[in-house]
Design a protein around this ligand. Structure first.
Ligand code: R5P
Length: 331
């Protein structure tokens, strides 16, 4: 049976995923040594099993090393495949060198993930200049879309909606949401001048005054895109909008600023946040199940490495349930 392991902060999602798929939710112990280095121990038996590590990557810099330790430990301990379930995939936007000397972090990040995992499952990654994750990632990737779930939420919660995309890039999911919700949609125009400097041009929307505006975006990060769009709607006689996002990253003051100009804000649970109203676990579980059914015999991308003398001596010196005192002292 698959084993679902949660990285710190992803326990809720991992439990829902395991429950939705009928899989075992495993246990991982992590903590910091006094010097800040990470201790990690997988408490569930991974040998001979496919292991899926759940780690949303809204906060990639502090979380990533722990994730690699977990993947490597699972493989060392005999997992037959080690997969990453990252409902939000980080480092998708710096996908080319906009100015000389810049790091193309999308590529570097993809290389690091591809080196440690067999498969990546994610939801609505920010594909813009690249059309598919396979152009960046060397491993098998599974891309899922939250548009149907957003649309179903809108149908349940909003009467007479007008679906609005804040920029041209959003047209792909805005049109899908609108079609499923049976609602009209419009797409605004955005010019980004900097990380937090955004200008949004709104066309004449006066014919939609009797509708409830619903702003849709894949990511709310600084929140400026949605704030600028939302703030302009009442100037045209429309109501304050409902904002629905797939990935509610909401950096620093973003959520408070957006709340001030919105009727309501909802997000999927791709990133844990108080605005979460749409669960992705059933969608992800179903896709993982289909994937497993479609695969032939389990393939092992990288066999566990043979133990060296130091590791063997360590194993023989204490039972796995009884780590020596020095593990709490940072060595
Ligand atoms: C951009 O193209 C994306 O679709 C989002 O509109 C953007 O990432 C939102 O970023 P922010 O919240 O920082 O304006």
């Amino acid at each position: 049976m698959r084993l679902i392991l949660a990285m710190p902060g992803n326990e809720l999602f991992a439990e829902s995923l395991a429950a939705a798929g009928g899989w075992e939710a495993g246990r991982v112990e992590t903590r910091r040594f006094p010097d800040g280095e990470r201790y990690l121990r997988i408490l569930s038996d991974v040998a001979g099993r496919p292991v899926d590590i759940v780690c949303t990557l809204a906060n990639p810099d502090p979380d990533f090393l722990t994730l690699l330790f977990a993947a490597d430990a699972a493989r060392d301990l005999g997992a037959v495949e080690v997969n990453l379930v990252a409902p939000y995939l980080a480092y998708m936007r710096q996908d080319r060198r906009f100015q000389s000397g810049e790091a193309v972090t999308s590529r570097t990040f993809a290389r690091l993930v591809s080196g440690s995992f067999d498969r990546l499952t994610t939801v609505d990654p920010h594909l813009h200049r690249y059309k598919a994750l396979s152009e960046l990632y060397a491993i098998e990737t599974q891309v899922l879309h939250a548009a149907p779930l957003l649309a179903d939420w809108i149908v349940r919660e909003v009467k007479q909606p007008l679906i609005i995309g804040p920029d041209e890039e959003s047209e792909q999911w805005v049109s899908a949401v609108a079609e499923r919700a049976g609602a009209p949609y419009v797409v605004l125009r955005k010019i980004r001048h900097g990380d937090r400097q955004v200008e949004v041009a709104v066309p004449d929307l006066s014919r939609f005054r009797d509708r409830a505006p619903v702003l849709i975006d894949d990511i709310a990060s600084s929140g400026r895109t949605l704030v600028e769009a939302a703030a302009q709607l009442p100037q045209q006689g429309l109501r304050r909008p409902v904002c629905a996002v797939v990935h509610g990253v909401f950096a620093s003051e973003a959520y408070a600023q957006l709340s001030a100009v919105s009727e309501r804000i909802v997000s999927t649970d791709a990133v844990p946040h108080p605005s979460n109203a749409i669960s992705l676990a059933p969608l992800v579980a179903q896709a993982m199940e289909q994937q497993a059914g479609a695969e032939g015999p389990v393939r092992r991308r990288r066999p566990p490495e043979p133990m060296n003398q130091v590791e063997l001596a360590g194993l023989q010196s204490f039972p796995a349930s009884d780590p020596p005192g020095w593990t709490s002292g940072g060595g």
